[in-house]
Design a protein around this ligand. Structure first.
Ligand code: PMV
Length: 321
């Protein structure tokens, strides 16, 4: 018996940080996926290997513990998401689990949500249960909340449903957007990871020190995110790109930019991107460039920094293979 499930990573297009203050955001699922394959094994143990991260080990549900066989502590984190996912499915039997990960970790691309959603889907199916998408998304969000302490439902929703979502004010609704616009994105990735918690805290402090200015910035992000939603629905590439550039400027004003990210953002524009900005928490991590007709050029330019890859919107969310 063998079951494989996969789920996509995500990119935040507009509204990161402002979303923490109840402002809207827009995010897409991308065609970089986590593949989780479950097979039975003779004994009752649960063994996991993630060759892409050079990590493997045993998940002990009773003792709520991960015992590493290979790999370091940072990468152990990924196995904790899997442990918490399997706990929620009450899986009793022994399993060998193999993960192929095409989503880089620590880049703000939702690798933990992709693994969590794919694990929940694969292990449930392996146990003869077909979870609904709602249940899958809910359980995955619970896992992220438990492991991280705080998490918006953006990542797990996109990994489950795919497509593009508009997260409305106060996060009370995740609205899927029907989109006809081509969305060729290039991600420029740096291995210097920003710490999301610390960056969120730094914006909070800046807002405390300069409330009038920061509140206006957050209101501006809200306005441009709503404009971007319209630009997407109206297939207006130029406006969409310009709004990305404005959002980048405001993220800089919030204090989450770095010299390196800035250089990458400008290099992408010079290579022909219609828009480019930080994506996710900033302070390191990734930038995205929107580059209709210029994907190759922008990729070549961003590859001179550290690493770049092409990412397209994935309409496909979690999937059993
Ligand atoms: O870098 P990521 O994907 O963890 O994105 C963080 C997005 C923030 O708005 C900065 C925080 C949040 O919880 O929404």
């Amino acid at each position: 018996m063998q079951v494989t499930a996969s789920a996509p990573g995500k990119i935040i297009l507009f509204g990161e940080h402002a979303v923490v203050y109840g402002k809207p955001a827009i995010a897409v699922a991308v065609d970089r996926r986590a593949y989780v394959t479950v097979q039975n094994r003779e004994d009752e143990q649960i063994y996991v290997e993630v060759p892409d991260l050079e990590v493997s080990g045993y998940l002990n549900l009773e003792e709520n513990e991960v015992k590493l066989e290979t790999g370091d502590k940072t990468k152990k984190g990924i196995l904790i998401y899997m442990l918490k996912s399997i706990e929620r499915i009450h899986a009793g039997s022994g399993m060998n689990i193999h993960v192929d990960l095409n989503v880089p970790i620590g880049a703000g691309l939702g690798s933990s949500a992709a693994i969590t959603v794919a694990t929940i889907a694969a292990v449930s199916k392996f146990n003869g249960k077909n979870l609904s998408l709602e249940e899958t998304a809910r359980k995955a969000h619970e896992v992220e909340l438990e492991v991280q302490g705080a998490a918006s439902p953006i990542d797990t929703t996109l990994s489950t449903y795919g497509g593009i979502i508009y997260l409305s004010k106060n996060a009370d609704a995740l609205v899927p957007l029907e989109v006809n616009m081509e969305m060729p994105l290039v991600v420029g990735y740096t291995s210097k990871r920003g710490n999301t918690g610390e960056l969120v805290e730094s914006v909070r402090k800046r807002r405390e020190n300069y409330p009038d200015a920061l509140n206006l910035i957050l209101d501006s992000v809200e306005a441009l995110t709503n404009n971007a939603k319209e630009a997407i629905l109206q297939n207006d590439e130029k406006r969409f790109g310009e709004l990305m550039n404005i959002n980048h400027g405001l993220l800089d004003a919030m204090g989450v930019n770095t010299a390196e990210l800035s250089r990458m953002v400008y290099a992408a524009r010079e290579a022909g991107a219609k828009g480019s900005k930080i994506t996710g928490a900033g302070g390191g991590g990734s930038i995205i460039a929107y580059c209709p007709g210029k994907t190759e050029e922008v990729m070549e330019e961003l590859n001179t920094f550290e690493k770049a890859f092409n990412a397209n919107v994935s309409e496909e969310g979690v999937k059993i293979h």
